[in-house]
Design a protein around this ligand. Sequence first.
Ligand code: MG
Length: 352
Amino acid sequence: MGSLTIGAFARAARLSPKALRLYDELGLLRPARVDPASGYRLYEPAQLPRARLVAWLRRLGMPLARIRVVCELEPEEAAREVAAYWARVEADTAARRDLAAFLIDQLSEQADERLTLGIRYATRSDIGRVRATNDDSVYAGARLLAVADGFGEEGRGAPASAAVIEALRPLDTDVPAGDLLNALDEAVHSADAALREIARSDPAMEGSGSTLTAMLWSGSRLGLVHIGDSRAYVLRDGELFQITDDHTHVQSLVDEGRLSPEEAASHPQRSLLLRALHGGGVAADLKLREARPGDRYLLCSDGLSAVVPVQALRETLTTSADPEEAVRRLVDLANDAGGPDNITCVVADVTG
Ligand code: MG
């Protein structure tokens, strides 16, 4: 086979004439000779392997200078050079993948924060029809909702629940962004420390303590901290979901399958707590949730949930025009059911 024209050589090498002209200009593959009269590039069949190698290396993304080096090497050395190049590419890709993941996280977080959901809320706390004191405490602000149900000797529950709420309150104004659970965890520990301190300075406070169910908002996320038998519910798409677990003796029997939920509701020891804040260390549940515009949250003490069936809670939350109407109707329902305990609730609507 004699010299090949650029067209014939291009077909044989499965490259375009344009690519061959480029390789010539870049010094990667010179024609065997150029016809002095016509200026046509002429190639030798022996140049085919090199032409194909150049094409493959370019498809690999190898820079031209490095291709030039590889083409001059013996096959064994060329193989090592290609392997080294590819190891480099993979390392770079891994580093870029990490950077991309980091950027995706960072931008998503910013997007979350820009999606600042607002809340409209109302609270009501009522002594009920039987108790002599109201031992519940409640707080509702733009970022923090909290219900605490105190217990202890006569009149000692109220200061306990008030101390717990007091320890949480600063979160409403200065929560570190993106660190909801940490902030809640620290606040609960300081609430527990406050109870320990109260009991130390006033022996009559010994044995008192409080439940706590609280939500803290940042952007579209909410952190939920929970200990005891107060509850949080969310009404979403017409369904009511309880989003806390009761830390009670009867709930543990239900979980073990030894009691039905119906039996638990009327069990004489239904308010016996397994966990609470009492200055003896903290074992609170912490959860992060996504809030959606249209969600309606309810936080309440057991004075509501123990006497008003969940169907009535759902019905009231679904048909109340606003949080104010909802809390008023809920407290009325509990009192209509005898009001055996203090009744406290917070209702919050998430707005876009
Ligand atoms: Mg109670």
